[in-house]
Design a protein around this ligand. Structure first.
Ligand code: NAD
Length: 446
């Protein structure tokens, strides 16, 4: 059996075909399987036509892998789908720093989702609450009957809560049925339950049925990630590790005190989380909605992660809700999403959440380290230069050549890239492309 490793030195330097071979060797997934699931974006127009409405075709995004990721002692090569340059390199680089101190340690809650049933026109909220709570066993059994497939897999309704919202003169009752969704994200399962139990709840409350749907603030399904990074891993050419720790703690305090900064801090986390969520065919709008609602739960929008000094080292902590599925939804039908789970080596939804959140904390570390040291633009623009070169018409090996010229000139614009391309095409023999700054120097949030 293949011993999974997430360490693949020199990976960024080799061709796409060689990278597929290396990932195949590291994960045990056949190279032919990788090609089949990723060539032409994995999804043809006919299949796409079964997913959504009014289909004209499909829209591809780059599919990369984060390296060096170690979660609870296990290595994972982590698929990331993202259009933004430097996100994959930044996550891999930060994961390497964390790995040197043992990797990420993650705790995951049970996969509990909240089914909300709104009841209106309730004249006596206290009496309605009492009646519903007394009928808890009956309601939970009714909920379970609506999702036999889930119950057969040891999931199902677990608890019931009753909340009263609004002024007493105009109160509404909201019932939460708490559902263990096992390996499913759970939206459809939970919505099915909401619709199955609503009429009975309305009768118990003496009111009318309002909305029946899940809550995306799935705060009973959180993931908590911790990491520790040694000062020497954080040092740059110009700054010692201890000074970098002070800078990162300062960046964390800024985010803790200021929602304007917290929004961007969290964007840096979501760079990593979303890329994994998309690669695995999961619902990133649901994840985003849950993350930001959770970030604002105290009444003030706050960072999802914090950074502190721990002796001579840096300690990071991230907590966020994360409802991901490894079954159901689009996963059944999207070959690239299925491939991603194989490459990541996960079957259980909690393990996928642990990996996605770890990549989120890695992305955040990369960003705050860059901000506390060189600033974000140096590394970011260096990789952005390749997209600029493409936009200017560079092809094949010209892309790296043009990128190197405009990075050197510190003029990363399409105009500069066109001029560089002209020079490159005139020179005979063609200039050998110089190296653009390596991905290991790139650390992005923006
Ligand atoms: P789903 O409807 O495919 O249900 C999961 C299915 O998988 C069930 O039939 C279940 O019995 C089965 N299953 C097999 N093995 C399982 C296991 N080990 N654990 C759990 N179930 C197992 O999918 P879902 O997760 O209920 O819903 C997800 C979809 O709902 C996503 O596509 C999402 O975009 C969409 N959605 C989201 C929202 C929202 O977030 N607000 C609203 C509506 C729909």
């Amino acid at each position: 059996m293949t011993k999974r490793t997430s360490q693949l030195p020199g990976f960024y330097k080799v061709t796409v075909a060689e990278r597929r071979k290396l990932v195949s060797e590291a994960t045990g997934v056949e190279a032919s399987e990788i090609a089949r699931a990723l060539d032409r974006g994995g999804l043809d127009a006919e299949t796409a036509d079964k997913f959504v409405e009014n289909v004209l075709g499909t829209y591809s995004l780059p599919y990369g892998v984060a390296l060096n990721v170690r979660v609870n002692g296990q290595d994972h090569v982590v698929p990331m789908v993202v259009e933004e340059p430097s996100v994959v390199a930044a996550a891999s680089n930060a994961a390497k720093m964390v790995r040197a101190s043992g990797g990420f340690t993650v705790e995951i809650d049970a996969p509990l989702m909240i089914s909300q049933i709104q009841l209106t026109h309730v004249s006596d909220a206290a009496a309605a609450t009492k009646a519903i709570l007394e009928a808890k066993a009956e309601i939970l059994a009714m909920a379970d009957r609506a999702v036999p497939g889930l119950c057969a897999r040891a999931g199902g309704a677990r608890d019931l809560e009753v909340r009263t919202l609004g002024e007493p003169s105009d109160a509404m009752i909201v019932v939460h049925v708490i559902v263990d969704c096992r390996d499913a994200m759970g939206a459809n399962l939970v919505n099915t339950i909401a619709e199955a139990v609503a009429d009975r709840l309305a009768a118990l409350a003496g009111g009318r049925v309002g909305l029946r749907i899940l809550s995306n603030l799935c705060d009973k399904r959180c993931v908590r990630v911790r990491c520790r990074v040694a000062a020497e891993s954080l040092a740059t050419d110009d700054m010692g590790g201890q000074a970098v720790i002070d800078g990162i703690v300062n960046a964390s305090r800024f985010a803790e005190l200021d929602p304007y900064r917290a929004a961007t801090h969290n964007k840096g986390i979501m760079n990593g989380v979303d890329a994994v969520v998309i690669a695995t065919g999961n619902d990133w709008r649901a994840v985003e909605a849950g993350a930001h609602a959770f970030a604002a739960r105290s009444g003030r929008y706050s960072p999802l992660s914090i950074w502190r000094r721990d002796g001579d080292a840096l300690a990071g902590f991230l907590e966020m809700p994360l409802a991901l599925g490894t079954v159901g939804g689009t996963l059944r039908v999207h070959p690239s999403a299925r491939l991603s789970l194989q490459i990541a080596g996960v079957d259980a939804s909690g393990d996928l959440a642990a990996i996605a959140a770890s990549v989120g904390l890695a992305s955040n570390l990369a960003a705050v380290r860059a901000l506390a040291t060189d600033g974000i633009q140096r590394g970011h623009m260096a990789l952005h230069a390749r997209s600029v070169a493409l936009a200017a018409g560079a092809e094949g090996s010209e892309v790296e050549g043009v990128a190197a010229i405009i990075v050197e000139a510190r003029d990363i614009t399409v105009e500069a890239a066109r001029r560089a391309l002209g020079v490159l095409r005139q020179s005979a023999p063609r200039a050998k492309p110089a190296d653009v700054p390596s991905s290991s120097t790139v650390l992005a949030e923006g």
